[in-house]
Design a binder for this molecule. Structure first.
Ligand code: ZN
Length: 282
């Protein structure tokens, strides 16, 4: 199988790791070249009261680079520099131009991003990047969309495969077996110290409000977050694997990640009608 190029367009430093870390590690292992573009500076992603926004942004850039090394993503992670938590204030067309520029620059075969059609997404940054990246991937091969890119040597490019992820996914049609990559996913997430501390503290706030007794979580030290993150990610990935098995042609797997995937604008469906089947990458 030929080497493919993959581009991940996300809002925050840890989005890729949470939503697709196992799949990305698996593709990197196949020799695919993976690039990541992060829209915001992630500067609200800490609970340290003494940290400035600039300090937090730099710490989180370093964490993103460390996590990308774990997964095998190209070390030159690109940051678009927008303010964390306010991405929807950026005009959609401006953000879409940035995403289209990245697609034309890196020429991916496969684009990963948040699903704009998934319900219940509370984070405006996820919603904003989802629409911008999805629209960019739909029109980046149209030469009269941002024709000024051509002056910089950026040519129209068609990214044929799209993998969308969501916290509450809709119309899942691809579950990737990440059983061999779950530890890499957890390692990559654990490179995000600021965010993982926050995740544990967030879980503890929810636990306290629930009145449930889970001493493992209640007594966890957020600074020693790994066991909690490991338990959380394994439980989630195992439930995804369980859902996949209930599908008509579901495979048995220990851990999974799930996506809504469209390949070649529906030509994949045509192919099946004419007896031509596309091979799966992962
Ligand atoms: Zn995020």
């Amino acid at each position: 199988m030929s080497t493919k190029r993959v581009l991940v367009l996300v809002a925050h430093a840890d989005d890729m790791e949470f939503m697709a870390g196992g799949t990305i590690a698996k593709m990197a292992d196949l020799g695919y070249e993976v690039r990541e573009v992060i829209a915001t500076n992630n500067e609200r992603g800490t609970l340290h009261p003494e940290w400035s926004a600039a300090h937090t942004a730099e710490a989180r850039r370093e964490e993103a680079r460390a996590a990308s090394r774990v997964l095998g993503v190209h070390p030159d992670v690109e940051f678009l520099g927008y303010e964390d938590g306010r991405l929807s204030e950026t005009p959609l067309n401006e953000l879409r131009e940035k995403c289209m520029r990245a697609i034309r620059k890196h020429k991916p075969d496969i684009v990963f991003t948040w699903d704009p059609h998934a319900p219940y997404e509370e984070h405006q940054d996820h919603r904003a990047v989802a629409w911008a990246a999805t629209e960019a991937a739909a029109f980046s091969h149209f030469p009269l969309y941002h024709p000024e890119h051509r002056d910089e040597g950026l040519m129209p490019h068609y990214a044929g495969e799209k993998y969308w992820f969501a916290k509450v996914p809709r119309d899942v049609n691809k579950t990737v077996d990440i059983s061999g990559y779950i530890d890499k996913k957890i390692d990559a997430l654990c490179a995000h110290e600021c965010q993982m501390e926050m995740t544990v503290m967030d879980l503890q706030v929810s636990l306290a409000a629930s009145g449930l007794q889970i001493p493992f979580l209640a007594q966890a030290n957020p600074k020693e977050y790994r066991p909690v993150i490991e338990a959380q990610i394994k439980a989630w990935a195992a439930s995804v694997a369980g859902r996949a098995l209930r599908e008509p042609q579901g495979e048995r797997m220990e851990y999974g990640e799930e996506f809504r995937r469209v390949r070649f604008g529906g030509v994949e469906r045509w192919g099946r009608e004419f007896g031509a089947e596309l091979a799966d990458d992962v």
